[in-house]
Ligand binder design. Structure first.
Ligand code: URP
Ligand code: ZN
Ligand code: ZN
Length: 473
């Protein structure tokens, strides 16, 4: 017998609506939405004075990523649990190909890490570091049978992850046959490597040289380049973690020829700036990530870009390393593992510093944290909205609860917080994942392995670019 749940008196918020209604959940799905529902349920929750948001989707995470000689410190179990506490019910993690590996081996490796361990739902992008005639042949089944419909490339990290332009063209051409989309880390790797070499030669080795050797122009150049490559072939493209005005202007420029470019930024680029790299000693290493944090003008451009419809999603690029890992670069900034924790507080930070500070509306908040990632990455309307037939992934959000971010209370497996001491107004109080109460008042009620792998549909141009067709639930 499937269980049922009745959520009474909440204010439902989607990307386009805000209204008071009850939600009846049967099994894993939203069954009925209506006023004063009297249906009998196994469990009833009173959501009076609370918002009900669709479960958040973080489209950019790295759990247990092998990177720069170490591993990201959150496992699928710890990282997805942290995300769940903060209202993220689905992640899309990057399964990144190691040198010489087949794509299917990479995907198997990621399933081994995630299956039976993830607490929230999860999907994978495939990180392509070596496309050749053999790996190319794997793509059809990966899209059509394994439900991995997005492919990540890196335009930086030469010698480790970077691919050249020819491979990008070839990948785009191949995945077009099956409806995939390329997602890209845009920084000019060669330019950066020269700047890093120069800094090291001059014995400029402290964390601040991370930002000084990764200028915004390196990001803008690569952003413009991939946009042009996509345009030439008539391909969709998704820019991951866009950070700055100069890169955003390349996107803006593309709209003049009616090209749609999907753009992600991350919460840290909206809220933090480069001043942290200039803190004394090794403190700045906590925020060493690529691209780096930027300037105030860039933060402003990104907030505006969200409202202008140029920035579609807000993710985290959650890639935590503990301080003993960061210390691998104590004497050389270029050896500091790149990445920072963030998945747990994305939604609450966006609410406090976005919605409450009038940077974005409540509907926009839902759009960028849940609806757009679901649409772009082939999960809508199963995920990303509150509708009859959708998965009952729901966040009951109490806007009156104040709390403070701290390493002492967060759930990340990381010994510092990138937002230590930041005040939050509003809390993801009760989190429901596929009809089960997963978190209630800070208490976890589900076990590891509860999370399900989500097979995704092909990129739907009409849905994303023209707002036309609705995929089936
Ligand atoms: O610094 C970062 N962003 N680390 C994770 C890898 C990537 O570039 O996304
Ligand atoms: Zn990246
Ligand atoms: Zn990343």
């Amino acid at each position: 017998m499937s269980k049922s749940l009745l959520i009474k008196n909440g204010t439902i918020v989607t990307a386009i609506d805000k209204y008071e209604a009850d939600i009846y959940v049967s099994g894993e799905k939203v069954h009925t939405i209506g006023k004063d529902l009297t249906i009998k349920a196994d469990q009833t929750i009173d959501a009076k004075n609370c918002y009900i948001f669709p479960g958040g989707i973080d489209a950019h995470t790295h759990m247990e990523l092998p990177f720069m000689g170490t591993y990201a410190s959150d496992t699928f179990e710890t990282g997805t649990l942290a995300g769940l506490h903060g209202g993220t019910t689905t992640i899309i993690d990057f399964a990144i190909q190691s040198k010489g590996e087949s794509f299917n081996t990479t995907i198997d490796k990621w399933h081994k890490k995630a299956d039976g361990n993830a607490v929230s739902d999860y999907a994978f992008h495939l990180g392509v570091t070596n496309l050749n005639e053999e790996t190319k042949k794997e793509i059809k089944d990966i899209v059509e049978k394994k439900g991995i419909t997005s492919f990540k490339i890196f335009m930086a990290y030469k010698g480790a992850l970077m691919v050249d332009d020819r491979q990008i063209v070839s990948l785009m051409n191949e995945i077009k046959n099956y409806g995939g989309i390329v997602t890209s880390h845009c920084e000019n790797g060669d330019l950066i490597d020269e700047l890093v070499l120069e800094a090291r030669t001059n014995k400029n080795l402290s964390p601040k040289y991370h930002v000084l050797t990764r200028p915004d122009i390196a990001e803008a150049e690569a952003t413009g380049r991939i946009i042009d490559i996509a345009y030439q072939g008539g391909h969709p493209v998704y820019i991951v973690h866009l950070t700055c005005e100069t890169a955003l202007n390349r996107v803006r420029e593309a709209t003049k020829r009616n090209q749609t470019v999907c753009v992600e930024t991350c919460v840290q680029y909206l809220l933090l700036d480069e001043s942290v790299y200039f803190l004394p000693g090794f403190e700045g290493s906590k925020w060493v990530m690529s691209p780096p944090l930027r300037k105030e003008k860039d933060r402003e451009a990104l907030w505006k870009g969200i409202n202008q419809g140029l920035v579609h999603t807000v993710a985290t690029d959650h890639c935590p390393f503990c301080m003993d890992q960061k210390k691998m670069g104590e004497n050389d900034f270029s050896k500091i593992p790149n990445g920072a924790p963030g998945i747990e507080h994305r939604m609450e930070l966006m609410y406090t510093y976005g919605v409450l500070e009038n940077k974005i509306s409540l509907n926009k908040f839902v759009e960028v944290t849940a609806t757009n990632p679901a649409k772009i990455f082939g999960m809508f309307p199963k995920k990303g909205t509150i509708a009859i037939g959708s998965d009952a992934d729901l966040v009951i959000f109490d806007p009156k609860i104040n709390h403070t971010i701290s390493v002492k209370t967060h759930h990340h497996n990381c010994d510092y917080s990138a937002y230590e001491g930041w005040k939050l107004t509003g809390k993801c109080k009760t989190i429901i994942l596929r009809g089960s109460v997963a978190i209630d008042n800070g208490k976890s009620l589900i076990n590891k392995g509860f999370g399900q792998y989500i097979k995704r549909s092909a990129y739907n141009k009409e849905l994303v670019e023209e707002g036309k067709a609705l995929a089936k639930v």
